[in-house]
Ligand binder design. Structure first.
Ligand code: FAD
Length: 258
């Protein structure tokens, strides 16, 4: 095979396999030329098809970045935690996790990979993002300028090229709701999902499947400032009709929950 789509031979890539979080941060450095490989459910197909041509690949599987802890009023989830470990997490994160792909994908895919996933031309990705936005999650990352903590929405705005270490949110009681539409298929993808959480009267509501990454919504006018697009799963027209209905369902869930 020649040209743009020529697959990268393993010999052309330096493979870094850190055995601790500190080693991972050191190996990542400022991230220049480094491709992070977590579960690999997005990266590996891109590598083998020649869509990605990294100088070095940083494999996170042995870096000790997996696990869920509850301490000091926070829930902290390591970047390499598999999605399958989140199916019993707090709502609405658990509902989002349960419906990602199938058991094979959920066992391999990670939280960090989902947070960093950008929708492809064919399908939305990043179902956990809406749930984490609703929970008011913050992201701890390493890279240029050192370690940083950002609200997830700020990380989406300027966190590209950083190494995600973990994600945290407050460990407090809240009402939660989740509604989604899937395309029935063995390895199904979510067409559109809405997640909400309310705590002390403060409502946060977010959606995936409406932009390259999840976005916070105004519940009064959820379509405002969205530029919906067609993909292989659904048209922008269909999504524009579906989104307000999912928002109504999620708001009703919140009332029942609380
Ligand atoms: C059949 C199938 C069905 C799927 N269904 C869904 C679905 O329903 N919903 C959904 O949301 N997704 C779905 N996906 C996409 C994908 O599996 C998930 O988004 C998954 O969570 C990605 O995680 P990963 O660990 O495999 O990411 P990887 O492929 O390892 O990485 C994805 C991207 O994130 C970067 N990255 C990974 N970890 C980090 C980190 N810690 N710091 C910085 N960058 C990082 C990588 O460099 C890459 O750019 C599906 C995929 C397949 C193959």
């Amino acid at each position: 095979m020649t040209g743009e789509s020529e697959p990268v031979g393993l010999n052309d890539v330096s493979v870094l396999v850190p055995s601790s979080a500190d080693e991972a941060v050191a190996a990542f450095g400022d991230g220049n030329g480094v491709t992070v490989v977590a579960g690999g459910t997005i990266v590996m197909p891109d590598l083998s098809a020649g869509r990605l041509r990294p100088k070095s690949a940083l494999l996170l599987g042995r870096a000790g970045l997996a696990g869920i802890t509850r301490a000091n009023g926070k829930v902290t989830i390591g970047a390499a935690t598999p999605v399958s470990a989140l199916v019993d997490a707090d709502a609405p994160l658990a509902q989002a996790a349960k419906h990602i792909g199938d058991i094979e994908v959920r066992s391999q895919a990670t939280l960090g990979g989902n947070v960093c996933a950008v929708s492809s031309d064919d399908t939305p990705r990043g179902d956990l993002q809406a749930a984490l936005l609703a929970l008011g999650a913050t992201v701890r990352s390493a890279g240029k300028g050192g370690e940083r903590n950002d609200a997830l929405e700020d990380f989406f705005a300027d966190g590209a090229g950083r190494l995600v270490l973990d994600v945290s949110y407050d460990d407090v009681p809240r009402q939660a709701g989740y509604a989604a539409v899937w395309r029935p298929h063995t390895h199904h993808y979510t067409i559109l999902a809405v997640a909400a959480a309310r705590r002390d009267g403060d409502l946060r509501i977010a959606a995936t499947g409406v932009a390259p990454r999840a976005v916070l919504l105004d519940p009064e006018s959820p379509l405002e400032s969205l530029e919906l697009r067609d993909d292989a799963l659904a048209s922008a027209w269909y999504r524009a009709r579906l989104l307000p209905r999912l928002v109504t369902r999620v708001l009703a869930d919140l009332e029942e929950d609380g």
